[in-house]
Design a protein around this ligand. Structure first.
Ligand code: GLU
Length: 424
């Protein structure tokens, strides 16, 4: 009996499922594997009661999804965001399975998060939130089970709280339980910049293939969080003229190129780590939307769904490199393709983060530390190789890069599921 195919009312999950089915059909994957891989292995929901500073108690919903452990322990971030729910975590966990598979690292895919608005919470409230969440998902975490990392609105600080809580519960230090830790506490030099460095490396590699000199290229970068800021910095250091950047405070434009180091200064001196007032010191103007500027390359590094049916027709960039997870909706993708734009998919472009996490985990297991040069050199080499592999595959099959990358990623997982069988 052929199992009915899954659909979801959640846009992100439905997008992930439909892309999976499309790629699976194109590569002729058998129905048994399609059924297995369209479901998550494990989905955990926990309630997270937090005593707020005013003495009241808020009960938040927390999640951790393990889509696949076929290739190894599941791996993926933990995000704090009001939009987080089980479906979103499932979609992002599936994306992590393809990301790790394509990257050639020994992990399956997972994702977790808490539905909350961290911008309204104090540091103490966030600490209590992280520790209780960590304690409640601890039964399914482990260096050989499931290894979280930072994601949207989380950083090394949240990782330390969770690691510390789980280590105390287990009465044993657990440094390889999660990655993206601060350099001062079992982290790796280079990990903080790794995702952005990887995104930029894809952009620079594409320029090389197209025969473009970076110093003659203009780019717009949406989002100035961990991914966007280091994407902009790496591109700018390579000579690319960044004409627009943005964050929740707005979009900033200069046809002469934005001084990214100055943007970092403004952000670091702002208590909320935002670009407030950057137009005054950055010699640039505030504009309506960084997506629509005249720039050849666009790097959407903010959040999912930003390039959609409404915004895609206005985009002038020819080359779009997805720094965020899921920044382009399927109808947005169709419009871009019709307009002749080339898209480098998220799980290839932003895989520098999880590749860097793998380096950190491997070092923690051995109790050794690499130099930053060693880390960056290995990261850039892997990113370039992976980019070229997907590019060549897409060219040879005359298909879009997203489809080529999905097919290559599914193939590795499918081969291992075939070998291991369904008793995973
Ligand atoms: N959150 C990042 C991502 O979506 C990194 C995940 C990890 O390092 O495990 O790829």
């Amino acid at each position: 009996m052929v199992q009915e195919r899954r659909k979801s009312s959640n846009v992100l999950l439905d997008t992930a499922l439909q892309e999976f089915y499309g790629a699976a059909d194109e590569m002729g994957l058998n129905e048994k594997l399609i059924s297995i891989l369209s479901h998550s292995e494990r989905r955990l929901e926990v309630s997270v009661p937090v005593e707020m500073d005013d003495g009241s108690v808020n009960v938040f919903s927390g999640y951790r999804v393990q889509h696949s452990t076929a290739l190894g322990p599941s791996k993926g971030g933990i995000r704090y965001d009001p939009e987080v729910d089980m479906d979103e975590c499932e979609a992002l966990a599936m994306l992590m399975t393809w990301k790790c598979s394509l990257a050639g690292i020994p992990y399956g895919g997972g994702k977790g998060g808490i539905s909350c608005d961290p911008s309204t919470m104090s540091k103490k409230e966030k600490e209590r939130l992280s520790r209780t969440y960590g304690a409640r998902i601890s039964p399914i975490l482990g260096k050989w089970k499931d290894i979280p990392a930072p994601d949207m609105n989380t950083s090394g600080q949240e990782m330390v709280w969770i690691m510390d809580t789980v280590s105390k519960m287990r009465e044993e230090l657990e440094p390889s339980l999660l990655t993206g830790k601060p350099v001062s506490y079992w982290g790796s030099k280079g990990r903080n910049e790794a995702t952005g460095r990887g995104v930029a490396t894809c952009g620079l590699e594409l320029m090389k293939i197209l025969g473009k000199n970076p110093s003659s290229v203009t780019a717009s970068v949406q989002g100035f969080g961990n991914v966007g800021s280091y994407t902009a910095k790496t591109l700018s250091d390579a000579g690319v003229k960044i004409v627009a950047i943005s964050d929740v405070t707005g979009a900033y434009y200069s046809e002469h190129g934005i001084d990214i180091n100055k943007a970092f200064e403004v952000q670091r001196s702002n208590p909320k780590k935002l670009l407030t007032g950057f137009e005054k010191v950055g010699n640039c103007e505030k504009i309506e939307n960084e997506l629509f500027v005249e720039a050849e390359f666009l790097f959407p590094c903010a959040r999912d769904g930003m390039i959609n049916r409404r915004t895609a027709p206005e985009i002038k960039a020819r080359y779009i490199i997805e720094g965020a997870n899921g920044p382009i909706t399927p109808d947005g993708d169709e419009i871009l393709a019709k307009n002749g734009a080339l898209v480098v998919p998220d799980f290839l472009a932003n895989s520098g983060g999880v590749i860097g996490s793998y380096f950190e985990w491997a070092q923690n297991l051995q109790g050794i530390f690499w130099t930053e040069e060693e880390y960056n050199e290995k990261l850039v080499r892997i990113m370039k190789d992976n980019f070229r592999r997907v590019w060549d595959y897409a060219e040879s099959k005359k298909i879009r890069m997203r489809r080529a990358a999905t097919m290559a990623a599914i193939q590795r997982v499918a081969d291992v599921v075939e070998m291991r069988g369904t008793f995973l």
